[in-house]
Design a protein around this ligand. Structure first.
Ligand SMILES: NC(=O)c1ccc[n+]([C@@H]2O[C@H](COP(=O)([O-])OP(=O)(O)OC[C@H]3O[C@@H](n4cnc5c(N)ncnc54)[C@H](OP(=O)(O)O)[C@@H]3O)[C@@H](O)[C@H]2O)c1
Length: 298
């Protein structure tokens, strides 16, 4: 029988909002736990969503959240450890609690958000924790599908938008890992893949890598984002040791732009070796991103 109710952890976030919107459009009942009711209102209004203030790390609350739910989508993830939040807790610990609570509540279907290159022996703590979480999900006894996107772009992304903003002020941009490869994927395509897989029995037990149609080096992405704002900064690739020194200093800033762990993640190319799943033709970055990057002008 088709999935009729879904609980989405991380449903207020960048990716989550798109998935919630598509599910609501299909008439699926959506429950979104959140740490902030205000954030949920802002992110999800006027969609017919049941936003529930909750601590998803609390097993008893998770059990209540999953009661009467057909499927769980876990999107919770952090890119930097900050303010007491650790990768272990946000990725591995939570995945285990979600599996346990979903099993006992009888919510048999699980869509789990991971990341490209996630592996227990990956080069960064971020990728290792995502890999450990995948291992739990695969062994968890649920009808699970794992998604592993490259970097995701869309109107509210924190990747291209960040470079576009920086380019506004910086005529010269020192860049770590300038030659790292990415295959950016549109947030709407990621959301479509999740929603499609929900009722696709063939995707159960699968790991789906999600990438856009083209590979870029980081320096090309920075130049592209800047050009959308009418800026053409001089991009200066940083040698490895200098990049690590810069990241070490930046880790002390209140707002994390880049950490040494991020640099470790970029030691692997962030690209897919397969086509986008479910017959979806992923959008080109050049067809989407200029619309939002240029919106506020140079
Ligand atoms: N964005 C990308 O380029 C990208 C690429 C690859 C993989 N991913 C993965 O995709 C997922 C979603 O990414 P996103 O960009 O949509 O992230 P996001 O905008 O930061 O949203 C994540 C959501 O998860 C919840 N959350 C965050 N930390 C939490 C914590 N410690 N405990 C409980 N809830 C927490 C938050 O909801 P509340 O504040 O409402 O509680 C937040 O809205 C993540 O797992 C990320 O690792 C993203």
């Amino acid at each position: 029988m088709a999935i009729q109710s879904v609980c989405i952890l991380g449903g207020t976030g960048f990716v989550g909002r798109h998935i919630v919107r598509l599910l609501c459009a299909q008439g699926v009942a959506v429950r979104v736990p959140t740490r902030s009711a205000d954030k949920a209102r802002q992110a999800l209004a006027p969609l017919p969503v049941e936003a529930v203030p909750a601590d998803v790390q609390d097993a008893a609350q998770l059990a209540r959240l999953f009661a009467g739910i057909d499927a769980v989508i876990n999107l919770v993830g952090i890119l930097h450890e900050q303010g007491g939040q650790t990768f272990q807790q946000a990725h591995v610990g939570l995945a285990g609690k979600v599996i346990e609570a979903a099993r006992s509540a009888g919510a048999g279907r699980l869509l789990h958000m991971s990341a490209l290159n996630a592996a227990p022996d990956g080069p960064s703590a971020y990728l290792r924790s995502k890999g450990e979480a995948e291992r739990l999900v695969r062994a968890g006894g649920l009808q699970a599908t794992i998604f592993r996107p490259s970097v995701i772009f869309g109107a509210e992304d924190s990747f291209l938008n960040l470079f576009a903003k920086l380019a506004k002020w910086a005529p010269v941009m020192p860049l770590a890992c300038a030659d790292a490869k990415f295959q950016p994927v549109w947030v709407e395509d990621v959301a479509r893949a999740f929603v499609h897989s929900l009722n696709d029995a063939a995707s159960i037990g699968q790991r789906c890598d999600l990438c856009g149609p083209q590979v870029y080096r980081l320096r090309e992405l920075v130049a592209f984002a800047a050009a959308c704002r009418g800026r053409h900064p001089l991009i200066v690739p940083l040698p490895g040791a200098v990049a690590y020194a810069q990241a070490t200093v930046m880790e002390w800033l209140p707002v994390k732009l880049i950490t040494r762990d991020n640099l470790d993640s970029m030691r692997l190319d962030n690209v897919c070796g397969c086509a986008f799943p479910f017959g979806i033709a992923p959008a080109r970055m050049e067809d989407i991103a200029p619309q939002y990057l240029s919106a506020t002008g140079p």
